[in-house]
Design a protein around this ligand. Structure first.
Ligand code: MG
Length: 384
């Protein structure tokens, strides 16, 4: 029986991963969350993990008090996350943390030689070179969890040594597909969060509305699959049936299709390289009837264009893009800035924060992230 560590066990991916572990009969060895004490307590009582982490110290103290009657060790902070990531008895670490906080636990797990199912896209975007080099140095495996990246990963099974010509990265287009930049400038938070196809956390939902999510996924592709930016084509596919595709050197295109359901992506990461029965709905192509594909509108959605620009420029540019975006999205979610200001904030950070140099360390990543956030906050605090 596989023993699984779930970092970010109360978020959208985390709670679905808990359900998948329940369905598969996998042992949950440890859970970690930011400060949702009630949810983690319920998970601890159901699954009796050996460890539970609350990132927030006062939440950890509260959880520890509540779990006094059962044998679960409660830890806190970034050190607690890193300790769980490297547990000797863990077979797989699912990193479903949201944001840059996921970077150090990812490195800790890979350094311990763990297989990491990575749903934490910000860490890979900001520190892609460091993460992939750490994995290689310690013989550790990264398995993608995102629907697009699991699709590409699945298309590549059995294809070792066969050159890729291009990756077709599909995008639903998000809630503002077909709208102009002027039309989305003052889009309300509730509309940005109403994604037509996927039910996700708040931050990633806004990223889907700006298409920054696709930009982050574009950058992840470069690191996950070792392709150049000019080999990746973003294709808007509103039906969300084709989850992405790979074109090989001979012109054959292999795609992965299913009814959109994140539990399938999560399950494949946990059961890899095997497949197990799942709860995903049967795909009826005749019911789907018609699938459509469009080029992305890079003028209406400049965040995607900036992400492609950042990964093409290299160095810490993706880290700066990501840090500024996180700050701007949270300001937008708090109702402090218009939707259109997210892209302008990212532009400002890319233009002002130094991000040169390919051989960066963890400290340099964290420093570039800090500077990007500071630049974003300074930009947002002045009158636009
Ligand atoms: Mg995705």
């Amino acid at each position: 029986m596989k023993q699984i560590v779930i970092l970010g066990s109360t978020g959208s991916i985390g709670t679905q991963a808990v359900e998948v572990c329940r369905d598969l009969g996998y042992r949950i060895l440890a859970v970690a969350a930011h400060r949702s004490v009630d949810q983690v307590e319920a998970q601890a009582r159901e699954f009796l993990p050996r460890y539970a982490v609350m990132y927030d110290a006062s939440a950890a103290a509260e959880l520890s008090r509540r779990l006094a009657d059962i044998d679960v060790k409660v830890l806190s902070g970034i050190d607690g996350l890193c300790e769980l990531a490297a547990l000797p008895e863990a077979d797989l670490v699912l990193n479903a943390l949201s944001g840059m906080v996921g970077l150090r636990p990812t490195l800790a797990a890979l350094t311990a030689g763990k297989t990491v199912a990575l749903a934490n896209k910000e860490a890979l975007v900001a520190g892609g070179r460091l993460i992939t080099e750490t994995a290689r140095a310690h013989g550790a495996r990264l398995i993608p969890v995102d629907s697009e990246h699991t699709a590409i990963f699945q298309c590549l099974q059995g294809e070792e040594g066969n050159p890729i010509r291009s990756i077709l990265l599909t995008a639903s287009g998000g809630p503002f597909f077909g709208m102009s930049r002027e039309e989305t400038e003052h889009a309300e938070v509730a509309r940005a969060l109403a994604h037509p196809k996927w039910n996700m956390g708040r931050k990633i939902s806004v990223d889907s509305a700006t298409l920054m999510n696709k930009g982050l996924e574009f950058i992840e592709c470069v690191w996950n699959f070792g392709v150049r930016p000019d080999q990746i084509e973003v294709v808007v596919h509103p039906e969300t049936i084709v989850h992405s595709a790979v074109e090989f050197v001979d012109g054959s295109v292999i795609a992965q299709l299913s009814d959109p359901d994140m539990k399938l992506s999560i399950q494949y990461a946990l059961t890899y390289p095997r497949r197990r029965p799942s709860t995903v709905r049967h795909l009826s192509l005749t019911e789907v009837g018609k699938m459509t594909f469009f080029p992305p509108d890079l003028t209406a959605f400049p965040c995607l264009a900036m992400a492609i620009e950042a990964v093409t420029a290299g160095g810490l540019c993706p880290c700066v893009l990501n840090g500024a975006n996180e700050e701007a999205v949270h300001a937008y979610l708090r109702g402090e800035i218009p939707f259109g200001a997210i892209a302008r904030t990212v532009r400002h950070a890319l233009d002002t924060v130094p991000a040169a140099g390919e051989d960066y360390t963890l400290e340099e990543i964290l420093e570039a992230d800090r500077q990007a956030r500071a630049a974003a906050r300074a930009y947002l605090s002045r009158k636009e």
